[in-house]
Write a protein of this length. Structure first.
Length: 630
């Protein structure tokens, strides 16, 4: 035991008979500072002594999120009046005074007196929160459960030997039972400071009390916290998309644990008359997947009421509502979409396959009531008995991949509930569950628009294995010619072209022109675009980039009229302009595209690229040998 540890022990021995030691947290920082923290519901006030600086510091570490006034200003005035022998320096959220260390006894006496005065002051003017060592709680779990059963206890602090966020520490160190006990009584983590995780008891009748921990853009309705993104062009007959949050493991930030959503740029691709509502998955430690828990058996009913009431609020007809989510968000979306008879898009939902977690429970799902597996085992029969499934106008679509760890459970559910539509999307880019949502993002945008337009998606098996064609990127520009030929004095052309990281989600974002250049003439012909989400799925490297409109072709696929181009030999270039950035390059391909004698080509043998250099324009050109004859 070093000197600081001995001093700390002596201080505790001196104060333990006069205060409740469970309401202070003493620790040593950097082998230099003696620290005693007091927790007042959700904010900390500390007494710190620096052995090298010979300074005492009284500080408030964080502001209360629940709007309670801090007692810190009154406290420092009280301390200055109580201990008059020192020269004090006041700074923002800090009071300091010099104390030169002379002996252990003197330091212990002064520090102990400060701790006792703090404690007594808080006992009179504020409410101290108990702080527990998690190792001690594991040794006396029954005692801990009795403490939690006291309904007057609204906050509790828990620390561990590493100072790590407790929800992360517990699952890796055999202390999940403490978390389960907290969840059963409705405690959720709202703060983590100086190695202490602060838990607050939820009021199951008023989740709106938790809005203090969320940004001002959040609202509450039917015990559901949510945000809304309103349409820029509302109409009389608007759409509504409700997104369920997916789980974010071990994040200290409360908002990030209960409000993480796929498709952050959904408004860019959804119909312009669409309200987008994103809901918090408030339940247990990392969300309840929109399902009931042992603490709150009304979560499912609250969400169903929320969907109905938010639709009424914005005057949305039921046939214009889409419920969607990915992963654990897909779990909630699938359940509530089917239960309420809404159009649904669930992206690789978790249906209770705990083998995915290798026998562990990192999201602390054991306090769901009933289990996720039981919910989805019973759901098909419940739907049959309620006749919700008889409404063919509300399609429920599930997207998965054979490489997802959730695939078998999803297939099992599909067999039990054949009315759902299943899209299996396979590509080398999907090797595990988390890949599914990322790789299928653009495909989802296409399905969203289809579902809202009452177009059936149906069962689909999609194979999308792509070769590496990154060598076709020149000066940040990708061009791959897919088809080109002349027929009846018209030029037919199709291909992919985009500028790296230049977003092309709207037709107005990108334009294509084909340039014919000879010694005497330069003629430009406009090309059309086609909507191909598979381009984004293949090439986009992040959620921010969309290449959906990056397929160039001719208007109506009817070809370019060459009648106004004088006969002769022309160099051929593709002009791409995307959001103000313009590139002009030669057409190129690695495909086995048939090129007839009206085109001159050159080959990059190293990269196996075929360049289309020139075109011969002549009357009555007929590509009678073209295998793509249309």
């Amino acid at each position: 035991m070093n000197e600081l540890q001995k001093i700390q022990k002596d201080i505790l021995n001196q104060v333990v008979e006069k205060i409740d030691s469970q309401k202070i947290y003493t620790w040593i920082h950097n082998d230099e500072f003696l620290v005693c923290d007091f927790l007042l519901q959700d904010y900390f006030i500390a007494v710190v002594y620096g052995m090298k600086s010979n300074n005492f510091s009284l500080t408030i570490r964080n502001k209360s999120k629940i709007g309670r006034p801090s007692v810190f200003d009154e406290l420092i005035s009280y301390i200055q009046n109580k201990f008059t022998d020192y020269n004090y320096v006041e700074k923002e959220r800090l009071l300091q005074f010099n104390y030169k260390y002379q002996s252990v006894k003197n330091l212990v006496n002064l520090y102990s007196n400060l701790v006792i005065e703090f404690y007594n002051y808080f006992a009179q003017y504020a409410k101290l929160t108990p702080i527990f060592n998690s190792d001690d709680m594991m040794q006396s779990k029954e005692e801990f459960e009795l403490i939690l059963a006291n309904k007057e206890l609204q906050y509790i602090g828990i620390y561990n030997q590493t100072g790590q966020f407790f929800l992360a520490y517990a699952k890796n160190n055999g202390q999940s039972d403490i978390v389960y006990a907290l969840q059963k009584k409705g405690f959720i983590a709202v703060e983590h400071k100086v190695g202490v995780t602060v838990f607050r008891r939820m009021n199951k009748d008023n989740y709106g009390e938790l809005l203090a921990y969320f940004p001002k853009s959040f609202s509450e309705l039917n015990n559901v916290l949510y945000t809304v993104e309103k349409p820029k062009n509302p109409e009389n007959n608007n759409n509504l998309i409700i997104l369920f949050s997916y789980s974010n493991k071990s994040n200290e930030n409360l908002v990030d644990r209960y409000y993480i959503h796929s498709h952050p740029f959904l408004a860019m691709t959804a119909p312009k008359n669409t309200y987008i509502v994103r809901i918090c998955d408030l339940g247990d430690s990392f969300g309840s997947h929109g399902l009931n828990t042992q603490f709150d058996s009304n979560i499912e009913a609250n969400i169903q009421n929320f969907i109905k009431n938010i639709a009424d609020l914005y005057n949305i007809s039921k046939e214009n509502i889409l419920i969607m989510g990915a992963s654990s968000g897909g779990t909630g979306a699938l359940y509530h979409g089917l239960k309420g008879g809404y159009k649904t898009l669930a992206i690789d939902p978790f249906l209770g396959n705990m083998d995915y977690y290798n026998g562990r429970d990192p999201l602390y799902l054991k306090t769901l009531e009933p289990s996720i597996q039981d919910v989805f085992t019973k759901l098909p029969l419940e739907l049959f008995n309620s006749m919700v499934s008889s409404n063919e106008n509300f399609e429920s679509v599930i997207i998965t991949s054979v490489n997802s760890q959730f695939y078998k459970e999803i297939i099992k559910f599909k067999k039990a509930y054949a009315q759902s539509s299943l899209v299996v999307y396979n590509t080398d880019k999907i090797t595990k569950h988390p890949d599914v949502a990322k790789v299928t993002a653009s495909l989802c945008y296409e399905f969203i628009n289809d579902l809202l337009a009452d177009k059936k998606v149906g069962n689909q098996f999609l194979q999308a294995d792509y070769e590496d064609t990154s060598h076709l990127i020149i000066d940040n520009t990708y061009i791959e010619l897919k088809d080109i030929y002349q027929k009846n004095n018209k030029l037919f052309i199709d291909g992919i072209a985009f500028i790296e990281n230049c977003n092309a989600s709207e037709n107005s974002d990108i334009s294509y022109n084909l340039i014919f250049k000879s010694a005497n003439n330069t003629i430009t012909k406009r090309l059309a675009k086609s909507h191909k989400p598979s381009i984004t799925a293949q090439f986009a490297t992040n959620y921010n980039t969309c290449y959906d409109k990056c397929w160039f072709t001719t208007f109506g696929y009817k070809g370019l009229d060459l009648a106004d181009i004088p006969e002769g030999e022309y160099e051929l270039f593709l002009s791409i302009e995307c959001n103000g950035i313009k590139k002009i390059q030669k057409l190129r391909t690695t495909e086995n595209v048939t090129i007839n004698r009206q085109f001159h080509t050159s080959t990059d043998t190293v990269n196996k690229i075929l360049y289309l250099d020139k075109i011969i324009v002549a009357e009555n050109v007929s590509n009678i040998n073209n295998p793509y004859d249309r």
